[in-house]
Write a protein that binds this ligand. Sequence first.
Ligand code: BT5
Length: 303
Amino acid sequence: MRINLNDRRLDIYEDLKRGSSGETLAKKYGLSRVSIWKFVRKLEELGYTISREKGYKIVEIPDPSPYDMALLCRKLKYVEDFYFFDEIDSTNKFAKTVDRAVVVAKRQVQGRGRLGRKWESPEGGLYMSISLNLNIPIGEIPKVTLITGLAVCRALKDFDARIKWPNDILIKGRKVSGILCEFVGEELSSKIIIGIGVNVRNEIPRYLRDKATSLGTPSINEIFTRIINEIEVLFERFEKGEWSEIHSELKKLMDTIGKPVTVKIANKEYSGIAVDIDQDGALILKNCEIRRIISGECFYTNY
Ligand code: BT5
């Protein structure tokens, strides 16, 4: 389902949440009462409960709720469309085919992690991708991943979430969220896909239970709202040139600093103590010498 963020249905939806008669809505939007009724029926099919006592009023929304999500996306400066799927292969894969859009799915059948790994995506989790035409050099991508991680971490602050460099969000040492930022196209006409997966109230497959966790009770709508709000604030600050303030906050929430780690880059491995994240978002590793790692896969070790 595609919802253009300028679509009047979103305004009608807001009125339906406050409560309004079909006649008032029809007059306000210059539509027939039948088309209002058809929209109400469509919402019911999507899982919304609508009372008809005094006109129409939405009394219960589904979780996730595509119309509330789309309304919220109006906040995002670069986004024009919202796409919602019950099932999809991968929201990141789809997001590559559209521009200036947010994509959400209830479940993914080929959810992807980095380097072709799998992201388990059963119903009950949040699977979202943002497709943006940002004019930033490819070298800034690690920063985009880190800013997104900070946004998720802030969104999950009630759960004491921490960031594991470069793209994992942990709660009590277990992974609750993963981020996959991809860059598509040439340097000048480039597109960034920001993919976020969060275990909200989905089951964790048995083979991952010792290293993954889910939030438990909160709703997908609530987590989506918090993440979008943080993304809006942080990317606006990044655009205004406030990276060094963002970087300081990141370091405070970085679980990796001070830990013995092994980092894999292609077929090389480096071990040492993670001592810092530098201004470019690179991990600084110390053993006999100091090594600066721009991207790679990081494992905690008993070095
Ligand atoms: C990531 O990769 O952590 C990035 C995950 C990004 C997923 C989102 S969902 C929306 C969008 N659409 C997509 O298709 N992807 C993005 P990586 O660092 O490579 O971690 C993958 C590893 O995490 C796997 O090899 C497992 O060990 C573990 N894992 C898989 N599913 C998990 C889950 N649901 N929760 C926690 N850990 C998981």
